[in-house]
Structures are given as C-alpha cells and as structure tokens.
Design a protein around this ligand. Structure first.
Ligand SMILES: [Zn+2]
Length: 126
C-alpha cells in the first residue's frame, strides 16, 4: 500500500474513532443522568420508563452492552492504526493476502480478508 493510501485509511480510522468516542460519552452521560434522577426520586415526563423498572434496567443494560461493543471497536481501530505505523496495514493477518479495498473502505479496522473472516465465523458456529 502506498503512503497516500495508508494516510487515507488512517484518516478514516481516526474519524471513526472520534465518532465512537462521542457516542460512548453520550451513552455515559445519559446513563449517569438517569441514575442521578432515580436516586433523587424525581420523575419527569421524559423519564416515563420509570414506572416500569424492568424496562428501565433493560434499557440501561442495553446501553452498557452498546458501550462495551463500541469500546471493543475502538480497540480494533487502535490496532489498525498501529498496523498503519508498522506498514502491515491492509494485509490479512491470517493468510497475509491483501484485504479487498472495498472491504477496507467499509470496515477500515478489518484484520482479515473476507475468506479468512468467514472461515473464522464458521469455526465459531461449530
Ligand atoms: Zn486471509
């Protein structure tokens, strides 16, 4: 991959990372605010889930799961940025073949080519 291409994917990764961080902060802030409200016993119009504690817990769990997934994604993005530094970016970590460019545009943090990825997913199912 040329220097120019590496730079292109680096920008993609950095942009995605920034978006993820913003989302995580948003989730954190919202969950935090909600917890504050609950502990003070305040019930407001936009907190209509309060009546149903089960739903509310579920919502928060979902938010945490989401944040967890986003954090993992950031980890993979960091790994990809590391590979850009060492110029190993864009090659499949399994077979060493170049990863399809279209795939990298869609998933810039991809570590594996489509073949190895589907093989991996297959072995997980078994
Ligand atoms: Zn591969």
């Amino acid at each position: 991959m040329t220097k120019k291409e590496l730079e292109h994917y680096k920008q993609l990764l950095l942009k995605k990372r920034e978006e993820l961080l913003r989302e995580i902060n948003y989730i954190k802030e919202n969950s935090f605010k909600k917890t504050m409200k609950e502990s003070s016993g305040e019930i407001s119009a936009y907190n209509f889930h309060m009546a149903d504690q089960g739903t509310d817990t579920n919502e928060r769990e979902k938010a945490f799961m989401f944040a967890y997934r986003e954090n993992r994604l950031i980890y993979h993005i960091d790994q990809a940025l590391e590979r850009i530094k060492t110029k190993t970016y864009g090659n499949c970590q399994e077979c060493g073949n170049p990863i399809n460019r279209e795939r990298l545009e869609a998933v810039p943090h991809a570590r594996m080519c489509i073949d190895c990825k589907s093989k991996e997913e297959q072995s997980k199912k078994e």
